[in-house]
Design a protein around this ligand. Structure first.
Ligand SMILES: [Zn+2]
Length: 309
C-alpha cells in the first residue's frame, strides 16, 4: 500500500488516553513529552545546518515561556515513546515573541515545507493544524449558541449550556479526486486558484446524500462534460488545509470530447505519457507543471505513468 503524506503509520493517537484526564494532565509535565506550537494559524520552523525543521519544544522550554501553565492544548498521540501535544501559542507573550525574533524563527504554512519534513513530524503538524482550525470554528455551540469547551484531549468540543450539552466532534470534508483516462491519454485541468502553469486531476467535494462514485461522476461531468466508467478506488490523502480528506480514484472516459465549464475550471487537455514526462504540451506555451509531490493528485499521475513501464 502507498503511504500517504501527513498520515504516518508510526503514530499512535491513543484514543484510549483521551478520557483519562489525570493521565493527560500528567503527560503535560513528563520529560518525554514534546510540544508542537501552533502560532496565529501557522507553524514555526527553523533552519538547522541548511535543513528546515519544525520547532518542537520540550517540557522545560514550554514551561519557561509559560510559567503560569499552558492552555489550548490538544493531545495528538505517541510516536517512538514520545508523547506529542499541540499547543496554541498565539496569545500575546512578550518573552515568547522576543524568542521568535532572536532565533530567526520562520512562521509559515506547513504546505510550504511539508514534503521535506520528517514523516512523523509532518503528520503531527498536520493533525495539530486541522484540530486547531476546527477549534477556531467551533468556539460556540451550533445548536444553542453557548460557548463550547474542549474535552477528551481536545477531540470533543462540548457545549457549556447544561440544558444542551451537545458534544461536537472534529469534522473532515470528503472530496473525490480522479485521474480520467481515455486510451493512452489522461485528462488534467487547471483552476484559476492553482499556481502558475500547474495542471492537475479533477476534484470536488462530496455532497450530503451522495456516494463517492456519484460525486465523481457529477464533478467530472460538471467540469468537462465527460461521462465516466470503470471507477476504481486508488488511495486516500488527509489534507487538513484546513479540513479535507481526498479520496483518489482512477476512471475511464466514455469518449474524449470535452465541454469545459469555464466557471469551474480555466483549462483542460488530454496528456500523453510523453507529454507528462517532458512537461510539454502542444496547446500550452512554455510547458506546464504537475502537482506537488505530497499531493494525491501527483501520486495518481505517477502511478498511471508507472503502470506503462
Ligand atoms: Zn449547545
Amino acid at each position: 500500500m502507498i503511504q500517504p503524506f501527513y498520515a504516518s503509520s508510526a503514530i499512535n493517537r491513543h484514543g484510549d488516553y483521551r478520557n483519562n484526564e489525570k493521565l493527560l494532565k500528567n503527560i503535560i509535565f513528563e520529560k518525554n513529552t514534546k510540544f508542537i506550537p501552533f502560532y496565529k494559524g501557522k507553524n514555526l520552523f527553523r533552519e538547522i545546518n541548511q535543513h528546515i525543521k519544525p520547532v518542537i519544544f520540550n517540557n522545560n522550554q514550554i514551561h519557561e515561556f509559560f510559567p503560569n501553565g499552558i492552555r489550548n492544548t490538544i493531545f495528538l498521540g505517541v510516536a517512538n515513546t514520545l508523547n506529542y501535544i499541540g499547543v496554541d501559542l498565539s496569545s500575546p507573550n512578550q518573552k515568547f515573541d522576543l524568542w521568535l525574533e532572536e532565533n530567526n524563527i520562520i512562521i509559515n504554512d506547513l504546505r510550504k515545507y511539508g514534503p521535506i519534513l520528517d514523516d512523523i513530524e509532518a503528520s503531527f503538524l498536520a493533525l495539530s493544524n486541522g484540530m486547531f482550525y476546527w477549534h477556531s470554528t467551533h468556539k460556540f455551540c451550533g445548536l444553542c449558541g453557548f460557548q463550547n469547551f474542549p474535552k477528551e484531549g481536545g477531540f470533543v468540543m462540548k457545549c457549556s449550556n447544561e440544558k444542551c450539552g451537545k458534544s461536537h466532534f472534529p469534522r473532515t470534508d470528503p472530496a473525490i479526486i480522479t485521474l480520467i483516462s481515455f486510451q493512452d491519454k489522461v485528462l488534467l485541468g487547471r483552476s484559476p486558484r492553482f499556481p502558475d502553469s500547474m495542471y492537475s486531476t479533477l476534484a470536488g467535494f462530496v455532497e450530503p446524500g451522495e456516494s463517492l462514485e456519484q460525486a465523481l461522476e457529477r464533478e467530472v461531468f460538471e467540469e468537462v462534460g465527460i461521462k465516466v466508467k470503470n471507477i476504481k478506488y486508488f488511495n486516500s490523502q488527509p489534507w487538513p488545509f484546513p479540513a479535507s480528506l481526498m479520496l483518489g480514484f482512477f476512471a475511464e472516459a466514455q469518449n474524449e470530447q470535452m465541454t469545459i465549464d469555464y466557471n469551474e475550471i480555466e483549462d483542460a487537455h488530454w496528456f500523453s505519457i510523453n507529454e507528462l514526462k517532458s512537461l510539454e504540451h502542444p496547446s500550452i506555451s512554455g510547458g506546464f507543471k504537475l502537482p506537488r509531490v505530497d499531493s494525491i493528485a501527483r501520486r495518481l499521475v505517477d502511478t498511471w505513468i508507472n503502470s506503462f513501464n
